[in-house]
Structures are given as structure tokens and as C-alpha cells.
Design a protein around this ligand. Structure first.
Ligand code: KIV
Ligand code: ZN
Length: 518
């Protein structure tokens, strides 16, 4: 039996992480991430904000239905309709949770909510009581707690606990806290509430780069649930990074006396999955999951490593699942392929597995060596991202380009809702020409805010992964495409982005309410 106390990991990658500007995951991608989080044994998955849009509602409900293991939480403001939507969405889960919140800082109460402290207190009473009448596991958060009055916060939390909240969360919503003060602040709030018996939680943002440090200070102050995201993605500068918290608690359990139940060998896998799906790259020097996290460049370091790894490594790469980019061959059978795909963290249906296998075989014909990086890029862009029912209105059928001294001509055939349309255009190079031809076919003119193409692996036959950011009206989307042919990858990324714009446009008409949480 472990002598270390359990710190619960509440993962909010699919809610706060997904709220980051420029991230938009589709339902299938959310399901894949949730499945992997469950395999890693996080304690809670915050799957979304069901009242925000029908898409959010559906994703939370699907995750609640399909993902066994962790508690599945849905976020809700204190409004009755938000709480009812969250309750309905998480209902299929074996362990459903409603997470309701309201702001408690003077500035939020006066300018955002336009409510007095007494009104906020009454709102907490009503919301938690109502949530608790729908599910037995209710978390209450005091938004912008770190800029709130500790005595008032104590009162708010006392009322929330009295009305049935079982987890009380003290967020540092705007990343304002400082580790040396935050622990004392939390201890004062817990004491003022008179409820040391409930589970206390924190949720730190990274505006000053202190989210992980503040979360760890919170553990020292007795907090036993940490809210965090994979790669630290989230609103503005992001949230506390899950991999850093988990590894800090594990590596320094001698100091904290606490640890988590997360399977750390899956940290690099989920980091890479989230990075690809969101289009947010992991910097090479990122702690735990960056490409250089275990790279030793200086001669003195290399010498030390050869003598004894512990000279320069406080964790081993195997502990976090780093460095095993397996190579698959043309003769790998379906069984080995399935095992590899599962090891990479994907849960594919039989049909999707066959689709992935066909893509893999095709890749083997185009490329000498197929690595897990190649496979990851293809599965995510070809198998998951382009699923039917996810607003995939148009698809690339065929194309031909001619290039000469900075000029390009492209002839493109697109299938639009079952109808094939061909058009041609000239441009400043082949990609520009192809994009013009696509715009002529679909009849919209999105602004191309960014375009990049990157080789997934080394060698000239590497898969190129293209990413675009498109803007149209008030909508911003990211599109991705992969192929051994860089022009095809670029066109697929553009088409993916346009499909996302069409989907967003269609969703606009049925938006319930678009307010995001912090
Ligand atoms: O940052 C924040 O305060 C939040 C709450 C909804 C927990 O995201
Ligand atoms: Zn937040």
C-alpha cells in the first residue's frame, strides 16, 4: 500500500484547453483524447461546456456514454438551463459530475455579473442545490478566486458545501497568484469555510508562467485535486501543464508526500496526440515532453551520462514514454498494426482500422520506412479528421499542377455534396494556384492567416503535414492535411479548413449561447 497521499488529476484539455484561441477539435478527436486520458487513469475528465453549443453538448454526451473509468464532468454557469444541459449531457456516465461556477472577485461581480456579493451567495445556494438534485457529484468553482476576499470566499464555499457540493475549487483564473503567497491564501480560505472535510481543488492559469508552481504550492497547502491540461493549453497563456504536475509530484514525492495515479508512460503519447490535433506545437525545450527534454548535447554531460545516467537525468525517458518511435514495415500484418495503433493511443472501430491499414499499406509503397510519426499524421488527418458527419462537405478528388519559375497552374476537381466540379487557376506558385482554383469552386474567400508545411520525419520521401489558419467573418479555423506530396498536403489542409468554416457557419444558426468560461 502506498504511503503517499493521492492527488486527483482533473483534466480540462477538452474544455479549458479547447477554449484556447485557434483550437477547434471535432467530436471524434475529443473522443480519442478522452479515451487516452481514461487509459492514463486521470481521475476526472472535464469533457466540455454542454450549454455553450449543440456540438459541445453532443461531445460531452458521447464521452459520457463511451469512456469508462474517470468521472466525466460538464461545466455549467449557475444558470438553471446551463445546469440542466450539463446534467443531461453527463447522464450516461458511470460517474457523472456537474461543475458549476460563478465569479467572486469584486471586479467580476461589479463589472461582469453586475451583482452584489449577497446576490452571488444566493446564486451559489440555488445553483448547487439544483445541481445536487440532478447528480450526486457536484463541484463548485469561485471564478477569479485569487483576487477575491478570503473571508467572502470562505462564506461562498461554506454555502456551496452546505448545499451539497463535494469538491470546492479555488481557481487562479487570471494567473495572478504567486507561489509563496498562494499556499497561505488557500489555507486561509479553507479555514474560513470551516469545511476541511471536502475535496479542495485548484485551477491555475499561466499568465505569469507560474501555473505549475502555484498548483504545487496548493498541494503543499492541502489541495488534493489539481485541474490541468495536456501541454498546458488553455485560455490566453494556458493552464497548468498536466505532464509537469504529474512528474513533479512523482519525481519529488519525497518532498510532497503525495502522488497521482496517472500512468506516466503515456505522457509523451498524449502530448503528441493533443499537439497534432490542436495544431499547437510542443516547443523542443518543453519540460517532460519536448523533443530535447532528454537530449544531452554538451560533451561533459554526455560523458556523465555514459558513466551513470543519474548524473544528468532525474527521470528516465521510459518513465514518460519518450523516444520509442517504432518503425513498421510493408509486411506488418493487421494484428501487429492494430497493436501499434492501440499503443499509440488510438481507439479505432474495425472499419476505421481497416481504413488506417489501407493508408498504411499505401504509405509503404510511397515511402521506404514508415514510422509512428508518419502513421500518427495520417491517422489524424485522413482517418479521424475527415470523418463523415463532422461537416465534411467538400473533398479533393483529383488535381494536376504545372510549375515554372515562380508561376503555377492548377486544375482541381472537388466533390461538393456528391457533385464533382473542376476548375483551374494560375498563381504565384502551385499552392497559390490550387487555392485559387478551390476558392473559385466553393465560392467563398476566406483570409489565409497562416500557412505552414513541415516534414513529419527526415528524408525526402517524408510525409509533409500542412496547416492553415483561415479567417472568415468572425470565424477562425485551423485546417490540416498530410501526404508524401506537399502540394496535396497543402490542398487537403485548405479543404479541411473550408469544411470547418462551413460547419461553424451551419452551427451559428443553432448556437444556444456562446459564452466561454475562463
Ligand atoms: O479559469 C477558471 O476560473 C475556470 C473556471 C470555470 C474553473 O476555467
Ligand atoms: Zn480556466
Amino acid at each position: 500500500m502506498s504511503t503517499y497521499e493521492h492527488v486527483r488529476i482533473f483534466d480540462t484539455t477538452l474544455r479549458d484547453g479547447e477554449q484556447a484561441a485557434g483550437i477547434n477539435l471535432n467530436t471524434k478527436e475529443k473522443l480519442q483524447i478522452a479515451a487516452q486520458l481514461a487509459k492514463m487513469k486521470v481521475d476526472v475528465i472535464e469533457a466540455g461546456f454542454p450549454a455553450a453549443s449543440p456540438g459541445d453538448f453532443d461531445a460531452v454526451q458521447l464521452i459520457a456514454r463511451e469512456i469508462p473509468g474517470p468521472i466525466i464532468a460538464g461545466l455549467a454557469r449557475t444558470r438553471r438551463e446551463d445546469i440542466a444541459a450539463a446534467a443531461e449531457a453527463v447522464k450516461p456516465a458511470a460517474k457523472p459530475r456537474i461543475h458549476t461556477f460563478i465569479a467572486t472577485s469584486p471586479i467580476h461581480m461589479e463589472y461582469k455579473l453586475k451583482m452584489t456579493p449577497e446576490e452571488v451567495l444566493e446564486e451559489v445556494r440555488q445553483a448547487v442545490t439544483y445541481a445536487r438534485s440532478l447528480v450526486s457529484d457536484v463541484e463548485f468553482s469561485a471564478e477569479d478566486a485569487s483576487r477575491s476576499d478570503p473571508a467572502f470566499l470562505g462564506e461562498v464555499f461554506r454555502v456551496a458545501a452546505e448545499c451539497g457540493a463535494t469538491t470546492l475549487n479555488i481557481p487562479d483564473t487570471v494567473g495572478y497568484a504567486i507561489p509563496t503567497e498562494f499556499g497561505d491564501f488557500l489555507a486561509a480560505v479553507i479555514e474560513a469555510s470551516g469545511r476541511p472535510d471536502v475535496i479542495w481543488s485548484t485551477h491555475c492559469h499561466n499568465d505569469l508562467g507560474l501555473a505549475v508552481a502555484n498548483s504545487l504550492a496548493a498541494v503543499r497547502a492541502g489541495i488534493r485535486q489539481i485541474e490541468c491540461t495536456v501541454n498546458g493549453i488553455g485560455e490566453r497563456a494556458g493552464n497548468a501543464s498536466m505532464e509537469e504536475i504529474v512528474m513533479a509530484l512523482r519525481t519529488r514525492r519525497d518532498s510532497f508526500g503525495c502522488t497521482t495515479e496517472v500512468d506516466t508512460t503515456k505522457l509523451c503519447g498524449i502530448s503528441s496526440m493533443v499537439s497534432r490535433m490542436t495544431g499547437f506545437p510542443v516547443p523542443p525545450n518543453k519540460a517532460i515532453v519536448g523533443a530535447n527534454a532528454f537530449a544531452h548535447e554538451a560533451g561533459i554531460h554526455q560523458h556523465g551520462m555514459l558513466c551513470n545516467k543519474a548524473t544528468y537525468e532525474i527521470m528516465s525517458p521510459e518513465d514518460v514514454g519518450a523516444g520509442s518511435r517504432l518503425v513498421l514495415g510493408k509486411h506488418s500484418g493487421k494484428h501487429a498494426f492494430r497493436q501499434q495503433v492501440e499503443k499509440m493511443g488510438y481507439s479505432l472501430s474495425e472499419e476505421k482500422l481497416s481504413e488506417a491499414m489501407a493508408i498504411f499499406k499505401d504509405l509503404c509503397d510511397r515511402k521506404e520506412i514508415v514510422t509512428t510519426d508518419d502513421l500518427e499524421a495520417m491517422i489524424e488527418t485522413e482517418v479521424l479528421r475527415s470523418e463523415e458527419g463532422e461537416g465534411r462537405r467538400i473533398a479533393l478528388k483529383k488535381f494536376m499542377v504545372q510549375v515554372g519559375q515562380g508561376h503555377g497552374t492548377a486544375t482541381v476537381t472537388i466533390e461538393d455534396q456528391g457533385r464533382q466540379v473542376t476548375d483551374a487557376a494560375t498563381g504565384n506558385g502551385p499552392v497559390d494556384a490550387a487555392y485559387k482554383a478551390i476558392r473559385r469552386i466553393v465560392g467563398i474567400e476566406p483570409i489565409l492567416e497562416s500557412y505552414s508545411i513541415q516534414a513529419v520525419t527526415e528524408a525526402t520521401d517524408a510525409i509533409g503535414e500542412a496547416r492553415v489558419t483561415l479567417l472568415m467573418d468572425d470565424m477562425k479555423v485551423m485546417g490540416r492535411g498530410a501526404s508524401t506530396d506537399v502540394i496535396e498536403a497543402s490542398m487537403k489542409a485548405y479543404i479541411d479548413g473550408i469544411n470547418r468554416l462551413f460547419l461553424k457557419e451551419a452551427m451559428k444558426g443553432v448556437q444556444v449561447n456562446g459564452q466561454n468560461a475562463g
